[in-house]
Ligand binder design. Structure first.
Ligand code: DON
Length: 578
């Protein structure tokens, strides 16, 4: 707790003294905390503290996760949300891991090619029917122990009384507020009113963000439950916004929205029990394919091998193959038949056998029967948080508005942002291109269908107990961030702190580029050179940070949980102290 305070203060001081409104906060150490009585790790210290107080009061991990998820809507509005959706993996202490799936759905008005020529990603048309409130309600009904109202109350207070913007919040808000469309287009007038500082153009860390409309929205949710959002006054505000902005969502779309209680993707990896998010997230399935390929090929357990050129080459070839399968086969399983090869150990082994340890396979050669056109897109934000309670119940939750601040459309008078998740459907039927656009059939748009996600909240168990809670934001990079953390912890027995701290890389089949994270975690020159010689197309994007993984690891012998908050976009690990 003391470490956390020091880190946050250092960040603020330096930003107040030196950073301009658009300068990204400097790298800080990974924030860790340890304890036996419960732990919350999220993007913001205020939200983590909300969760810790719920745990200290006797709430379980699901209670705390709901309170954290609502609080992040106030404190981390670029991704924390009630206008988006996500995946909550729950490990009850005495039962199998499940997923509360609350992914957005397509409104009834769409057809497969409805958005094929659509370019404005910040528009009511890009909004999927939000799932978060229904999802949290379902989680509460199945697993909650404290009253619903108690879990919403912190968000009411934070929104109505206001919060101090930390340096990451000030930075991300300024990054949006400086953009020309946001500054000038009437569509974003409500965004400017709600998220602009009252008396100046840009935010400075330490300024107060007050969200009275959002406070009223949360009061309705506290008093009337999820129905206030899907059938009551909030639903009406959403539909009125759709009418003003030429969007598609109707009262009927909202009323018919359901969250689902689904079995997790479960398999044994290196003697551990892996539980990943099921479809409509590709996360669990794709991470599992990657882990199985690596298990087939094996790793040399020497410190020299770890993240060596040889190892990264293998990892990259694995990523390419897994992302090709993702594109070929994955979509909403309630709408399309999924080829079961994606869950087969033998299939993963066959894919692994096709890897040449000396030479990169060009992505185009992996296309098989997917026609590929030579010709970008996808933008980061999402947020992940992890919670464990003193009885060993764990929650690994990732949720999102899709892009940073989603569609940038704020529901007038209601104070919350709507997602732009419709962009996760394959936009143009039949068109898969070398820039990464996918056009395969399983993820085409249809009324009521859920768009394919990359969110990858994972739970690892050992001997029936929660060992790891892992996840991250980052669009398609999420899958590889989670893969890399699991490889480090499960295959190399590195500590979670080292695993979160280390450099990351990403290949997603198309574009045929191996993206290396830059900033202070750059891979050594000789490793980069060797990768190029093996035929990998390297790209080091200036200032690129991959993901923001807020994770928990439990030492099963001592029962001590270590919370690790990533340094990349802010974060706080706080242990319960009774
Ligand atoms: O569900 C998905 O896969 C995406 N909408 C996630 C977007 C995302 O992670 C952006 N953030 N960093």
């Amino acid at each position: 707790m003391r470490t956390l305070t020091v880190v946050v203060l250092i960040g603020w001081t330096s930003s107040l003294l030196a950073a301009g409104p658009f300068e990204r906060p400097a790298r800080t150490p990974v924030v860790t905390a340890a304890g036996r009585q419960g732990m919350v790790v999220s993007n913001c210290d205020i939200a983590s503290q909300v969760g810790v107080e719920v745990l200290a009061e006797g709430g379980n991990a699901v209670d705390a996760a709901i309170a954290v998820g609502f609080a992040l809507t106030v404190t981390w509005p670029e991704a924390g949300n009630i206008g988006g959706g996500g995946f909550m993996m729950v490990a009850p202490s005495d039962r199998d891991v499940v997923c509360i799936e609350y992914r957005e759905t397509a409104p009834d008005a769409v057809e497969a090619d409805s958005l094929s020529k659509w370019t404005n990603r910040r528009h009511e048309r890009m909004v999927g029917v939000p799932g978060t409130v229904r999802g949290f309600w379902l989680a509460h009904q199945r697993y909650g122990t404290l009253p619903w109202k108690r879990l919403v109350e912190p968000a009411i207070k934070l929104a109505s009384e206001g919060i101090e913007a930390d340096e990451f919040l000030a930075w991300t808000l300024n990054g949006i507020l400086r953009q020309e469309d946001i500054q000038t287009d009437p569509r974003y007038a409500e965004f400017r009113r709600v998220f602009g500082p009252p008396d100046k153009q840009y935010w400075t860390a330490g300024d107060r963000l007050v969200q009275p409309d959002l406070g009223k929205t949360f009061t309705l949710i506290a008093e009337r439950g999820a129905d206030a959002f899907y059938e009551g006054p909030i639903a009406e505000q959403i539909v009125a916004q759709m009418k003003r902005g030429d969007g598609w969502i109707t009262l009927e779309d909202l009323k018919s929205y359901r969250a689902n209680h689904r079995p997790a993707i479960h398999a044994q990896i290196k003697g551990y029990d892996f539980y990943g998010a099921p479809l409509p997230s590709s996360g669990g399935t794709t991470v599992l394919m990657e882990l199985r390929m690596l298990e087939t090929l094996g790793v040399q357990k020497s410190p020299d091998y770890f993240w060596s050129m040889e190892h990264i080459h293998l990892m990259t070839e694995i990523m390419k193959r897994a992302f090709r399968e993702r594109a070929a086969y994955l979509g909403d399983a309630d709408f399309v038949d999924i080829n079961p090869v994606v869950w087969s150990r033998d299939h993963a082994a066959q894919l692994a056998q096709s890897i040449d340890p000396e030479q990169a396979t060009p992505s185009i050669e992996l296309a098989g029967d997917i026609p590929v056109t030579r010709e970008l897109y996808e933008s980061p934000q999402t947020t992940h948080f992890s919670v464990i309670d003193e009885n060993g119940m764990g929650v690994s939750n990732t949720y999102t508005l899709e892009a940073s601040y989603g569609s940038c459309v704020v529901v007038k008078g209601a104070g919350f942002l709507l997602n732009n998740e419709m962009g996760d459907f394959n936009p143009i039927p039949g068109r898969t291109d070398t820039e990464g656009r996918i056009g395969t059939q399983p993820n085409l748009m249809a009324p009521g269908k859920r768009m394919l996600s990359s969110q990858s909240p994972v739970i690892i168990k050992q001997d029936g107990k929660v060992k790891l809670l892992v996840g991250s934001p980052g669009g398609r990079t999420i899958i590889n961030t989670v893969f890399e953390i699991l490889v480090q912890t499960l295959f190399f027995e590195r500590s979670l702190e080292d695993a979160v701290n280390g450099p990351r890389f990403h290949h997603q089949w198309f574009p045929d580029i191996l993206h290396l994270e830059s900033d202070l975690s750059l891979l050594p020159e000789d490793v980069q050179e060797g990768l190029k010689q093996r035929g990998q197309n390297l790209s080091v994007r200036e200032s690129a940070r991959q993901g923001s993984a807020h994770c928990i690891e439990v030492d099963l012998k001592s029962g001590v949980a270590t919370g690790v908050a990533d340094w990349r976009r802010g974060g706080a690990a706080i242990a319960v102290k009774k």
